[in-house]
Design a protein around this ligand. Structure first.
Ligand SMILES: Cc1cc2nc3c(=O)[nH]c(=O)nc-3n(C[C@H](O)[C@H](O)[C@H](O)COP(=O)(O)OP(=O)(O)OC[C@H]3O[C@@H](n4cnc5c(N)ncnc54)[C@H](O)[C@@H]3O)c2cc1C
Ligand code: SF4
Length: 504
């Protein structure tokens, strides 16, 4: 059952076994496993339920409806755009479908540095296998590689750089290219089409346009989750409602989860701290030949030559470079020129190919509350992150020139335009001053970190929040360091691991 509280008055406040907050890979998987284990489950989701033709491929409307804060969420200094989904199915509705599990080196780091002794590859294997099955994970086929991805691979192999075509969770992809604003072909095997129908079949009830604003009585057997219902567009809070539950699972994302805990006065001093944003930078190459990078799967090939999966100090480190393509609105905002020049450059949209530079970070931020309860995201980009990002820019430029690009644009202010034969010294001056570089975060982690004791973290190795009774966390807030270059599969795997323990 899916009930839209912007259209239907809420029922009498239910008392259930489990209230899950958030319906992305973490929350939907929790709901499914617990409903299948016979628990009475209620799921709260503040986003809308949109599928098929309701995913209109229009930039403005889709960012407005499918992203947190209508796509405008950012750190408090506006240095990093913090992108997160807001829909039934969570970020998996608008993500790029790349399936990258937690590397063994990261698990080794979590055991050695963070005391998570049980997280061995062997122990996690059945849960990873189940997660991959949930995703129908399959290799992106050679015939599905568009020219932009093939050029990135061609440049990398010309320079002898290691790379790979990734796995994805698409089945029946029509190659429309608008994955980041939802898939009208319903080709993504995301929670909306897998865990949520399974949870509903097992009796779970889903309420959309239902925002959890506070968890009360967190130390008691029955907790009260205060809910505000939203209007049809999700702009305004309308009514009040309440769900009572023995167990509360928060899987709202690594910003909204600590936000809710802080609003509720729940948890210890680690809540909200240790934020990682994995800030990414897009770069664009201009070719003489037509690329049509907006057709087909945008993010299929990754150069992994710069990536380290088992850095003793950090776990995942280094950087990776992946093809990507912005929708017209996003691409227009990244041009090295505006006005008439911007219009001229957009006329060359079909000749552009873009890459994302993905650089893992160490914890260096926190989520706090503004006076009205909204999240305040503070983040300091560390010097080591800036240095690896510069290395990634240089490698991406060399790769594109090896593939025949005429120019490579680094979308900073003022813009850097690199040409074949340049010594790339212009990149040395990249200082990443706030609001001069369009850094993007799609993989927030760490804000309710998992640890063996309350001294070191906010939740125990079962995901149970320290200092509360039967409040669990099931999202990337738990990760003590970057779980992977992409977070959907790690979250799904950990949700299966935690859910299996809780369902016993
Ligand atoms: C543009 C983009 C591209 C990405 N591409 C990839 C990729 O290719 N591969 C990959 O592995 N990962 C990718 N990711 C990351 C991945 O999608 C997320 O890590 C994943 O969706 C997080 O899962 P989750 O269940 O923890 O939270 P989410 O999926 O973020 O779901 C949380 C849900 O909770 C809801 N919510 C929040 N607060 C409340 C509240 N107070 N009350 C009720 N509901 C609430 C939100 O509306 C949201 O729907 C991408 C992310 C973005 C933004
Ligand atoms: S490229 Fe495939 S998955 Fe992406 S939106 Fe188009 S049909 Fe959907």
């Amino acid at each position: 059952m899916i009930v839209d509280l912007s259209r239907t008055p809420p029922p009498a406040p239910p008392t259930c076994d489990v209230c899950v907050i958030g319906s992305g890979p973490g929350g939907a998987t929790a709901a499914r496993l617990l409903a299948e284990a016979g628990r009475d489950v209620v799921v709260l989701e503040e986003g809308p339920d949109r599928t098929g033709a309701e995913l209109t491929q229009r930039d403005g409307e889709m960012y407005d409806q499918l992203y947190m804060e209508r796509g405008g969420r950012a750190t408090d200094d506006l240095a990093v755009a913090v992108l997160q989904g807001r829909a039934l199915g969570g970020g998996a509705v608008i993500n790029a479908c790349d399936v990258v599990p937690i590397p063994d080196g990261v698990l080794a780091h979590w055991r050695a540095k963070h005391g998570l002794a049980e997280l061995t590859p062997e122990a996690l294997a059945p849960h990873l296998e189940a997660a991959l099955a949930d995703l129908s994970a399959n290799p992106i086929g050679e015939h599905q590689l568009n020219l932009a991805n093939r050029l990135l691979r061609q440049g990398a192999s010309a320079l002898g750089l290691r790379g790979e075509v990734m796995r994805h969770n698409r089945v029946g992809c029509a190659g429309l290219g608008t994955c980041l604003i939802g898939c009208p072909a319903n080709a993504k095997r995301n929670p909306r089409f897998v865990a949520i129908p399974a949870a509903i079949a097992a009796g779970a009830r889903f309420f959309v346009r239902a925002r959890a604003v506070r968890i009360e009585d967190g130390g008691r057997e029955i907790k009260r989750v205060r809910v505000r219902t939203l209007d049809d567009r999700g702009y305004h809070e309308r009514g009040e409602w309440e769900v009572r539950a023995r167990t509360v699972i928060v899987a709202a994302n690594a910003v909204a989860t600590p936000q809710l805990l802080l609003r509720s006065g729940l948890g210890n001093g680690h809540v909200g701290r240790h934020l990682m944003l994995q800030p990414q930078l897009p770069v664009t190459a201009m070719f003489d030949e037509r690329i049509d990078a907006f057709r087909g799967i945008p993010q299929a090939y990754a150069i992994t030559a710069g990536e380290v999966e088992d850095d003793p100090q950090h776990g995942l480190w280094g950087f990776r470079i992946e093809a990507i393509m912005g929708t017209p609105g996003i691409s227009a905002s990244l041009l090295p020129g505006g006005g008439a020049e911007g219009k001229r450059l957009m006329g060359r949209y079909a000749y552009m190919a873009s890459a994302l530079l993905l650089v893992p970070d160490a914890p260096s931020g926190e989520v706090e509350l503004w006076g009205d309860g909204r999240p305040r995201i503070r983040y300091t980009q560390r010097p080591d992150h800036k240095a690896r990002l510069r290395d990634a820019v240089r490698m991406a430029a060399r790769v594109y020139f090896a593939a025949g690009a005429r120019e490579v644009w680094v979308p900073v202010s003022p813009p850097i335009v690199l040409r074949p034969g340049d010594d790339l010294s212009a990149v040395d001056g990249l200082d990443f001053a706030p609001a001069r570089v369009p850094l993007i975060s799609a993989h927030q982690q760490g804000t309710v970190r998992m640890a063996p004791s309350a001294k070191a973290g906010a939740a125990d190795p079962d995901g149970r929040l320290f200092g509360a009774r039967d409040v669990f966390i099931f999202d990337s807030s738990l990760f003590p360091s970057s779980a992977s270059s992409h977070t959907m599969t790690p979250i799904l795997t950990m949700a299966r691991w935690l859910g299996a323990r809780l369902a016993v």
